[in-house]
Design a protein around this ligand. Sequence first.
Ligand code: GLA
Length: 387
Amino acid sequence: MKPVKVLYFALICSAMILLLNLNAYGQAKVTKEGFGKTPDGQDADIYTLTNSGGAEVKITNYGGIVTSLRVPDRNGKLDDIVLGFDNLDAYLKGHAYFGAIIGRYGNRIAKGRFTLHGVEYKLAVNNGENHLHGGTKGFDKVVWNAKPRKVANGAALELTYLNKDGEEGYPGNLSVKVVYTLTNANELKIDYSATTDKDTVVNLTHHSYFNLAGQGNGDILNHRLFVNAARFTPTDAGSIPTGELRSVRGTPFDFTRATTIGARINQDYEQLRLGKGYDHNFVLNGKIGTLRRVARVSESTSGRAMEVWTTEPGMQLYSGNFLDGTLTGKDGKVYQQRYGFCLETQHYPDSPNKPKFPTTVLRKGDRYHTITIYKFSPKFIPPQPRM
Ligand code: GLA
């Protein structure tokens, strides 16, 4: 072959390889629709991220809320496996943090107070005498800027929010970025980052209520859970950690061997009584900052399984104890007690007042960065008898 022909041939081959690659990822896409207006006149939109296998997540820029997440069962059938609503009004009326981004501080800060560099900060108190999930108007109730992002392995949405100095009582202008990616491997990846212009505290998390049998489809007590944690943080009656890191061994908090969530939930154990079920932080094994598998949940009727991977030191297991049938969600489903469970990856609750817990202080000039992945697989799990 003449050199010029070799060149043509090489060019054609490269073009074909490129086209084949584009085709492999071609189906992943993001679409946008209006979702209504907030009472202060801001536009809320809803973004649908679809991966190459057809799995789909819907996210609104109001609260960064995941409103629906459709993943395959063992037969490849897609079902929505998170609790939520199909209209903005229902979210505006008030709910239990369904699917939202939680901040500036996820979980509780005792009495809504903490001291940093000798200055006491007073936060909004919205959970008994304590501060919960960022206060009266946390990150779950603000409108984020949203823009779809191009990624090679799926579909992604970038959300940004400037959380002003003094909002809900926190010091420093905090510039927050959360990138949701639905990868072609059926992972919902959440990448959180933030910077501040004044030293502050930060603890971001995500609050989806999962039911792997399909949202509204019964309680989650028969889901089998494995948590890679040898210890948990017991709390007082207001769900504030006492400071103790208690071994899970011999307690209903031992999920180091996969056990159904319901197997021990009604045991006469003080911590279960205080939380009205599981509403506790686990001290995750492994190193903070290292992305590692910390939990696995499986549901036998659908054959769905979910793994949780995170760089965080802790994870709150909340078994939907306060759901009581007063909220009606998508498809007219009524959400009864324990119809969903949350695995909120985080720093331990009340860390700003617990010097022995890993620090949640973000210094001016430093970058907060954490990653959590909820990974779904339709791996076959043999049906098990219901308890
Ligand atoms: C978190 C808390 C729970 C409860 C839910 C929302 O998971 O730890 O106590 O407030 O949010 O109802």
